[in-house]
Design a protein around this ligand. Structure first.
Ligand SMILES: *Cc1c(COP(=O)(O)O)cnc(C)c1O
Length: 365
């Protein structure tokens, strides 16, 4: 069986270093915040090019903390409307609701599966947009930057799937006002548990998020805001520091595999969203679209290939968001019916890649 993503293959190369870092932590006892978190924050800021990185508990909290920080500065107010892509993972939208803001969903471009600049243009009543670099493809270009600047719309990146992506407008995490990162184990940069970060060039937002992630305390035992405990774990920070060294190389492997798929998959039943191999898409997922999704998934399974569906149920069909997202989303619904993620594990062998290509090409509905 070719597994969808082999986390053993991804993490084993670091095992000795992970154990050394654990050993070091036991001796040094800096379990919460402190030196290890600060070191990773510095490295993550350098890597993304942003002036500040703040380590937090996970990607959902990263988005929530960004929104809360902007509420404290007055840039956002409760009830403000925030544009989100209708086809995103639900974790983009839950923090918007949790922060007392109103999510407004718009359909993606069927070629890129990302929000088109036009969608921002068409919404005249929004205060912010969450640009989701879905599946690893940058959702921010010069046009998006221009509209947001011109209309004074906050541009928040959901970069949870786009570690290391870089395009003409810049690098993920350094494109908008603030960016949310997740280091969930399966992401392009994944911890051995939950983790997240915010990157921003806004010193005040970075300062506020550092306070909010730590009970809203400006100094110990003095809570200025109703913050929460949303800190990045020190051990995860140490693990991430080790794995960061190989992020670019692993992304290159993903891109090479994606190119191979795009150049060799030729089944008339299968569409590949606009392929790009210039680093502006880091192929967190390699997705294809087909009217015969379930049959193809079944057929690949019989060939010993595990695939996944990202995502089976769109946000506007989720009970948690009933009453929050209004409108019809036919493009999003079609994507959710037709989409299938092929394995794009950076360590897939050439032979495994060939087997996947051949099995997709052999498929007949
Ligand atoms: C993973 C993910 C999140 C949430 O990150 P967590 O760390 O799991 O909370 C948010 N948005 C997108 C697009 C994601 O893929």
């Amino acid at each position: 069986m070719i597994p969808f993503l082999d986390l053993n293959r991804l993490n084993r190369p670091y095992k000795e270093r992970f154990l050394a870092r654990l050993d070091d932590l036991v001796e040094r006892r800096a379990f919460v915040l402190g030196n290890l978190v600060e070191r990773f924050e510095k490295k993550w800021a350098d890597y993304t090019g942003a002036s500040h990185a703040v380590g937090v508990s996970n990607g959902s909290d990263a988005l929530f903390l960004i929104l809360e920080a902007y509420k404290l500065t007055g840039r956002l107010r409760e009830g403000d409307r925030i544009l989100v892509p209708a086809n995103t993972y639900i974790a983009t939208i839950l923090p918007v609701v949790r922060a007392g803001l109103v999510p407004v969903a718009a359909e993606p471009d069927p070629q890129t599966l990302n929000l088109p600049a036009r969608a921002i243009e068409q919404h005249t009543d929004i205060r912010a947009v969450i640009a989701v670099h879905l599946y690893g493809r940058l959702a921010v270009d010069e046009q998006v930057l221009d509209i947001c600047r011109r209309r004074n719309i906050l541009l928040i990146e959901d970069a949870a799937q786009a570690h290391g992506a870089r395009g003409s407008a810049g690098k993920a995490g350094n494109l908008g006002d603030a960016a949310a990162w997740s280091f969930y184990p399966t992401k392009n940069l994944g911890a051995l548990g939950d983790g997240g970060a915010v990157t921003t060039n806004d010193t005040e937002i970075a300062r506020l998020i550092k306070i909010l992630r730590n009970y809203g305390q400006e100094e110990k035992y003095n809570s200025r805001y109703t913050g929460l405990n949303a800190r990045l774990d020190a051990l995860q920070a140490a693990f991430l520091e080790e794995k960061l060294k190989d992020l670019d190389e692993l992304n290159e492997r993903r891109i090479r595999i994606a190119r191979r798929y795009a150049e060799n998959i030729n089944n008339a039943q299968v569409q590949i969203p606009l392929p790009v191999f210039d680093g502006s898409h880091v192929y967190h997922q390699f997705v294809i679209l087909t009217k015969h999704r379930n049959a193809l998934q079944q057929s690949l399974k019989q060939h010993g290939i595990q695939t996944l569906v990202h995502y089976p149920v769109p946000p506007h069909r989720q009970a948690a968001l009933a009453g929050f997202l209004h409108g019809d989303f036919p493009v999003t619904e079609r994507i959710h019916r037709e989409i299938l993620s092929l394995p794009v594990d950076p360590y897939l062998s050439a032979d495994e890649q060939n087997r996947i290509i051949e099995a997709v090409n052999a498929f007949k509905p």
